[in-house]
Design a protein around this ligand. Sequence first.
Ligand SMILES: [Zn+2]
Length: 200
Amino acid sequence: MSLNVLGIEDESFNANHLEAKVKVYQDEHYHEITPLIESHNLQINSNNYLWKDSALIVVENNDLRRGVLHHFHSSITARHPRIAKTIQLIQPFYWWPHMKDFVTNYVKGCATCQMNKINTHPTQPPLYPITSTSSLPFQTITMDFITKLPLSCRYDTILTITDHNVSKASIFLPCAETIDTVGIPALYATHIFPHYGVPL
Ligand SMILES: [Zn+2]
């Protein structure tokens, strides 16, 4: 279950701000985009910015591209549309090479989308109490996310890891909502494993 603790929109990526950042980045990295013009049929407008039809080109910068995805997919107003819908929403405004792959990977790795997947099994499985015979902490654990927090040092989500053995203690690890199946074990390996090892 995700907790929308504060429900505050991330102000650093509002639409105007984002477009301004993309334009500044185009200015500063013009030499990197000029080779794309012919191969992708791009246009330069009177202000010298590069477009593909109505879409502004987002130059090689994954932070900016994630900003676009945040705005059109993960922000509170966007409400996590599916992959095809997210692409459809972005297309009139922004474009970069292999954008569909980028969007697909982003949405597939979106922790909120993973947690809110529609349950296709109508029969509810029985609930089993979490039991453990271990007397050592963090041998039986549960994980959860607290999402939609205001951005702080590039983090907007907290991964909680709770010990169901002796201590019932929780450890809170800052991460991004886009954390994926590679990122979660990496966090575990860095912060929990050195102290408590691998769960049973
Ligand atoms: Zn999502």
